[in-house]
Every structure is written in structure tokens, then in C-alpha cells.
Design a protein around this ligand. Structure first.
Ligand code: ZN
Length: 149
């Protein structure tokens, strides 16, 4: 499986234009929220940009738009895509499985450390194309999981 951050062009665009693809004017704030580009969760508040992001390709009503944070500067896309992002290991996480037509197939709340196993179960089904990982209570998008091939 591959653990994928948001595409880097989304972050570069937000940082340089200070506007997201949905027309929102962006600002830098200090937060401890996870960066969806490097997939690190700051232990102390760091400068982040909040923007709107649509994690699922727009093939129908399931393609939600929601808030995500990225570092305001100085980080690169999560490099170790074959490894579950360690900063998320202690969290209970929502996993949503989507099909290739953009429809939801299944969803579950995974207990801490159990997300890779649950994602593998989803991705063992042909009808599942990708799994989205989200915060358990805020439900914001964190990253996606796809088959390695
Ligand atoms: Zn970052």
C-alpha cells in the first residue's frame, strides 16, 4: 500500500497565491494540526495555512470539499509512501473506502495502530479504489491509501 499526501502543486499554489482552488483567501496561523503535505503533526504550534481541498476526484456528490492544513513553508511531500505516517499511529482514524466511479463503498473507525490492517482489508476488494483517512471527530481529510501497484 502507498500512503499519499496531497499533491505538491496544491500546496505550492496555496503558498504562492495565498488563495485556494475554491476562491478562498488564505492566511497563516499557528496551529498543532497535521500538515497534509509532509504528514507530520507538530508538537508545538507551527505556521500553517488552512485551505479547502477536495480529496476525491469530482465524479459525483461524494466528492466533498473540506478544510486541511499545510505548513506555510519549508516542507516537502511525505517521502516514505510505503510506510504508515508515524505521527498518526496513536490516533483513532476514520477510513472511508471509495470505488473508481467516486462512490463510497464502506467506512470504519480504526483503533490506534489498526488503520493499515483495515485499509488492506478494504483494498483487497476489487470494488475499492482508494481509502481516505480522516480525523475521528473533526472528520477532516488527512491522507489517502492506495494499492502499491
Ligand atoms: Zn508540512
Amino acid at each position: 500500500m502507498h500512503y499519499l499526501p496531497i499533491p505538491e502543486p496544491i500546496a505550492i499554489e496555496a503558498r504562492t497565491m495565498m488563495r485556494d482552488r475554491f476562491g478562498h483567501e488564505l492566511h497563516i496561523t499557528k496551529e498543532k494540526a497535521p500538515c497534509r503535505l509532509c504528514l507530520r503533526i507538530p508538537s508545538v504550534p507551527q505556521e500553517l495555512i488552512l485551505l479547502s481541498y477536495q480529496p476525491l476526484a469530482d465524479r459525483g456528490p461524494y466528492a466533498e470539499v473540506g478544510p486541511i492544513f499545510i505548513h506555510a513553508a519549508g516542507c516537502r511531500p511525505y517521502p516514505d509512501v510505503e510506510t504508515f505516517p508515524v505521527d498518526f499511529a496513536a490516533r483513532r482514524l476514520i477510513l472511508r473506502a471509495y470505488g473508481s466511479a467516486g462512490q463510497i463503498v464502506d467506512a470504519v473507525v480504526a483503533r490506534p495502530g489498526n488503520a493499515p490492517e483495515r485499509a488492506a482489508e478494504f483494498l483487497s476488494e476489487n470494488r475499492v479504489a482508494e481509502v481516505h483517512v480522516r480525523h475521528e471527530s473533526y472528520t477532516c481529510f488527512d491522507f489517502k491509501i492506495v494499492r502499491a501497484s
